[in-house]
Design a protein around this ligand. Structure first.
Ligand code: ZN
Length: 357
C-alpha cells in the first residue's frame, strides 16, 4: 500500500484528538473514515431500520458542527485504494434499500446541509413497484442530482444461501436493470443483510464492482478487505446521540489477515484471529460477541486470537473488538454467519465443504 507523508494532517489530527505533543509526529497512517448506514427516515412504526427525524436532524447538526468532512463514498473508497490522505474525521453516508422516505425526508435534509450520500438499491423491489420503495423516476432524479447509486443485489437475497449460479444470475440481472434504467451500472456494492462468503466477494468483483460493504461495525481503513468494508448501522436504538458521537469519533483497529477467511463458518464456534498493523497498545483490548458477551482473547506477539468457546447461533453474529488509546476508541468489527436456519433461510451446503485454512 502506497503511503503518503502528510505531516500537516498528522499534526492537525493530533491537535483535534487533544494529544498534541512536542514529539516528532508519527508517520502518517493510511487513510480511514467512518461510513454510516441508514435505512428508513421518519417511518417510526419500523424502529429496527428507522431513524426518527429529530434523531436525523441531531446527527446532521453534530456532523456540521463537530469538525467532520462528509465526503462522497466513492471518494473515500478511491482514497483507501490509492493510499492517499483523507481529512481527519472523514465520514461517508450510505442508505440501503431505496425506501421512499429517502426521497421524502433524507434527500432534502442532506442536500440542504451539503452532505453527499450513496443509496444502495436492490433492483427487483423497484421493478415490482413495492409499496414504500422509490420508483426508477425518483432514483434517476437522485442520480441526476449527484447522489451516489450503489448495487444491493436484484432480489435482496441472502447471498450465502444461494447456489453459485443463482448468485451470478442475481448480480447479472441487477447490472442489466441499472444499465436499462440509469444508463450505467454502479461501482460500489453492499451485500444484502451484510452477508457474504469468499466466492460471493469474487463474483461481485467480477461483476465490475471496485468495493463492497457489509454491515459489520467499525471505521474503514486502507488495509481492510475492500470487498467486506464495515459500516456503522444507525436505527432508533442505535441512533441516540451518545452512540452517534462515539461511532463518528472512532479510529480503526487495523486488523489484517483475518481468520477464518470466509465469514460463512465451516467450523462453529470459530477461532477468530487477526494481525493488527499500526496499532495502538493492545493490552486493554476487549472483544465482544453475540449479545454483548465478552470473549476470551489472547494477544500474541503476532496475532490476536479470540476464542468464543460457545457455538454462534444460526445466522449472523458479530464480533467487535475495541481499545481506547490517546482519548479515542479504535474499533474493528466482524460479522460471521453460522449454519442452521435463520430468518427462514440456511446457508447453502456449498459452504460446508469450503476449506478453511
Ligand atoms: Zn438491504
Amino acid at each position: 500500500m502506497l503511503r503518503m507523508t502528510q505531516p500537516q494532517i498528522t499534526i492537525w489530527s493530533a491537535a483535534l484528538a487533544g494529544v498534541l505533543t512536542l514529539a516528532a509526529p508519527a508517520a502518517a497512517e493510511s487513510p480511514s473514515a467512518v461510513v454510516l448506514m441508514y435505512h428508513r427516515f421518519g417511518e417510526n412504526s419500523i424502529p429496527s431500520t428507522n431513524i426518527r427525524l429529530e434523531q436525523l436532524d441531531a446527527h446532521i447538526a453534530y456532523l456540521k458542527d463537530g469538525g467532520f468532512s462528509v465526503l462522497p463514498l466513492a471518494d473515500v473508497v478511491t482514497a483507501l485504494q490509492a493510499g492517499s490522505a483523507l481529512p481527519p474525521k472523514s465520514v461517508a453516508i450510505t442508505i440501503d434499500d431505496a425506501y421512499a422516505s429517502v426521497a421524502r425526508e433524507a434527500w432534502p435534509r442532506f442536500k440542504r446541509s451539503g452532505f453527499p450520500f450513496t443509496v444502495f438499491v436492490a433492483t427487483k423491489a423497484v421493478d415490482d413497484r413495492e409499496r414504500g420503495i422509490m420508483s426508477w423516476d425518483q432514483i434517476r432524479a437522485l442520480a441526476d442530482d449527484g447522489v451516489g447509486i450503489g448495487g444491493h443485489g436484484h432480489a435482496h437475497a441472502h447471498m450465502p444461501a444461494l447456489s453459485l449460479e443463482a448468485v451470478r444470475a442475481d448480480l447479472a440481472t441487477m447490472n442489466r436493470r441499472f444499465v436499462d434504467e440509469l444508463g450505467a451500472k454502479p461501482t460500489l456494492f453492499a451485500y444484502p443483510f451484510g452477508e457474504t462468503g469468499e466466492i460471493e466477494k469474487q463474483f461481485v468483483r467480477e461483476a465490475g464492482y471496485v468495493a463492497a460493504f457489509g454491515s459489520n461495525s467499525g471505521p474503514v481503513y486502507g488495509e481492510a478487505d475492500m470487498f467486506f468494508l464495515p459500516r456503522f448501522a444507525l436505527n432508533e436504538n442505535y441512533g441516540a446521540m451518545d452512540r452517534f458521537k462515539l461511532v463518528t469519533n472512532t479510529l480503526p483497529l487495523r486488523a489484517v489477515d483475518v481468520r477464518p477467511r470466509s465469514s460463512v463458518l465451516a467450523v462453529n464456534p470459530p477461532i477468530v484471529s487477526f494481525r493488527v498493523v499500526d496499532g495502538p497498545e493492545l493490552k486493554q483490548l476487549s472483544c465482544f460477541g453475540p449479545n454483548g458477551t465478552r470473549l476470551p482473547l489472547s494477544i500474541g506477539a503476532d496475532r490476536v486470537t479470540v476464542s468464543p468457546g460457545k457455538a454462534f447461533p444460526p445466522g449472523r453474529s458479530r464480533v467487535n473488538c475495541t481499545v481506547r488509546a490517546a482519548g479515542r476508541w479504535h474499533w474493528w468489527g466482524h460479522e460471521m454467519i453460522a449454519g442452521g436456519v435463520s430468518e427462514g433461510v440456511a446457508v447453502h451446503p456449498r459452504h460446508l465443504t469450503a476449506s478453511d485454512e
